[in-house]
Design a protein around this ligand. Sequence first.
Ligand code: AVI
Length: 318
Amino acid sequence: MLKAEAGDGQASLADPAFRHDVLTGLAARPRAIQARWFYDRRGSELFEDITRVEEYYPTRTEVAILDASAADIAARVGTGRAVIEFGSGSSMKTPRLLEAVAPAAYVPIDISGDFLRDAAAELATAFPGLPVLPVEANFMAPVPLPDAVADLPKLGFFPGSTIGNMTPFAGIDVLRAMRGSLGEGALLLIGIDRVKEVGVLEAAYDDAAGVTAAFNLNLLERINRELDGTIPVDAFEHRAVWNDDASRIEMHLAATRDVAFGVDGRDFAMAAGETIHTENSHKYDARAANTLLRGGGWTPVAQWTDPKNWFALILAEA
Ligand code: AVI
């Protein structure tokens, strides 16, 4: 459906799936909106900022593991593979992996064409001579790969503990889909965040500078911008809590007073203290990570961690 005027006066085309998920999620009990909607341009910038805050250890820990283990990973993986990255190439991790394993081709897969093209262009400049073959697709289902890599051995790369943002069942489904994309005998290098002290986890998702809070609250700003919303954003606060039973950090947006607002012509009311659940970030101990991978059709064959055992890069075989 074409939206004539968005809140900022710019003509825009609201994503029908975004509209559907927001309206359904705000009407549901408990209220919940999927974390995938965090990542508009502003949300993606804020996520980049999060990766640099002191309390958010996952990115720098994974990068440190890649640096420390590059030679070892290369020895296991060998050279001349097609590296298939699930998600568009992240600025810091992909070049490190490509340098280590000297691939014959690099195939980033992402649902967002804009991010994909930007990342692919950057990588192509940084690695002249390396065929960079972006594929715009949803990797939650098996993705046909370019013919040019059909005969090459494959290495899948899924860093960042992105799998943690899925329920374990959805994680198993995506691992199966990756197996379908890469085929029998492929390898997968996956980053998975570990269970650790609750204080460390909660601080990582509620940093003192308020960057994660801004990231969470941007979802409400996005709803106001794109769906003609009238949500009083200043009446909401960011919460990050560890759910021990589900082994996950949950992010919520809590109303600090009774509020009434509209979204896309529908009326909503929330009482003070009511929340909208916006994200899960599951954490896995070594055993649970192995169970997850095996459930997805992958056999773990090696793993690398940091000295505190906070994060793991696991190599698995299809
Ligand atoms: C992208 N994903 C792995 C991040 C995480 O740690 O779950 C998203 C994030 N949410 C808040 N901080 C970071």
